[in-house]
Design a protein around this ligand. Structure first.
Ligand code: RBF
Length: 353
């Protein structure tokens, strides 16, 4: 009788242990069936969204290549369009559909929109790049150090605007550069514009920055008009951060002859000889890595990270032959030294919230 009881007890204990083991294994790596990329805008012409969709697509394709067909992850890329008033209802509909294990996106304004959804749809997970929100267990965010990115852009633009005509043929006498942004937003006003100015003033404190707004992320006609205006006001280097409207600044630069500083991805071939800088973010690499980590069940939700030059996610493209041809060694060398001093910690430029 006693042995029977202890047998039953032992059996129960083993059963529980096996169940526990099984549960903890499957909790570590839950089966993923579908991922949505939510694009707050349109992909075409927007470097940040082009890199996001490419990175996620490559990671999912790579994962699916090693899966049985029935275990393949479905990837849907959804463009929410340029009407920002619709983004909230569109991402709510995605979460409410329950179709996607993960919604992945990129935009500093999204965490605020998503935060209330995480209480309403607690199973829905979000990874948001180029954004910062700590302490929400449903959201993982990573942003780039855009003080470093803006500083390097301003430093290069500053060196070009003070250059002699013999070195940079379109440089004029005015110490003036410009930033044409699609709209004002906290990261623009508090980080990118101040850092662009800081970098330029590190070259020469007399350099002025003309800051203009297009009013949307698509009107290339309007951005071209603004570029002509700031050029006539004396700016000889213009940084566009306006998505599809960046193209207007490129067209104007080719037509009237001024320099362009490029942001986010490598832009030298947009106007060879006129694009004098490309301060890039490793958004494609980051999108790839975060998707890969998620598929491996390793995402740290509830975290907010900042990555920069020293981590390899913010950089200045120095080795493109078009850059080497457009900008003389006297200027390139100074930019290279500044990138190096950020990388090795001599020049410290933290993001100030
Ligand atoms: N960048 C783009 O390239 N295309 C866009 O359509 C776009 N829309 C944005 C909308 C909002 C509300 C905010 C805050 C930013 C947007 N950005 C867009 C800018 C992008 O997130 C990033 O700040 C810049 O590309 C500089 O790295």
């Amino acid at each position: 009788m006693k042995t029977e009881k202890s047998f039953a007890k032992a059996y129960l204990i083993i059963l529980c242990a096996v169940m526990l083991l099984f549960c903890s294994c499957s909790a570590g790596k839950k089966k993923v069936s579908a991922i949505a990329v939510f694009v707050p805008g349109v992909i075409s012409g927007s470097p940040v969204y082009e890199m996001l969709s490419m990175g996620v697509t490559e990671a999912v394709d790579n994962y699916n290549a090693s899966q049985k067909p029935e275990d393949a992850v479905v990837l849907d890329i959804i463009e929410a369009g340029t009407n920002q008033a619709e983004w909230g209802s569109k991402i709510t509909a995605l979460a409410a559909s329950g179709k996607y294990d993960l919604i992945i996106s990129s935009n500093s304004s999204l965490p605020e929109i998503i935060e209330p959804l995480t209480a309403q749809f607690p199973k829905q997970k979000f990874i948001i790049l180029d954004a910062y929100m700590p302490d929400n267990k449903s959201i993982a965010t990573v942003r780039y150090n855009q003080r470093e990115q803006g500083y390097l852009t301003g430093y290069a633009a500053g060196l070009v605007t003070v250059a002699d005509k013999t070195e940079m043929v379109f440089a004029n006498k005015d110490k003036k550069i410009a930033l044409i942004a699609a709209q004002e937003y906290p990261v623009m006003n508090n980080t990118i514009l101040p850092a662009f100015t800081e970098g330029a003033k590190a070259v020469d404190p007399e350099i002025e920055v003309d800051f203009r707004i297009v009013g949307n992320w698509y009107d290339a006609g309007k951005s071209a008009d603004i570029a002509r205006e700031v050029y006539l006001d004396g700016a000889d280097v213009i940084l566009p951060i306006a998505g599809g409207a960046n193209q207007g600044v490129i067209v104007a630069a080719k037509a009237i002859g001024f320099y362009v500083a490029w942001f986010d991805d490598n832009g030298y071939e947009k106007a060879p000889g006129l694009v004098i800088s490309s301060s890039v973010m490793g958004q494609k690499k980051m999108a790839y890595e975060l998707t890969e980590q998620y598929l491996a069940g390793k995402t740290e939700f509830g975290t907010a990270k900042t990555v920069g030059v020293a981590d390899g996610y913010v950089d200045f493209v120095l080795d493109d032959p078009l850059f080497v041809k457009a900008v003389p060694e006297s200027i390139r060398g100074k930019i290279e030294n500044t990138v190096r001093s950020i990388k090795n910690g001599e020049l410290v430029l933290p993001v100030i919230d």
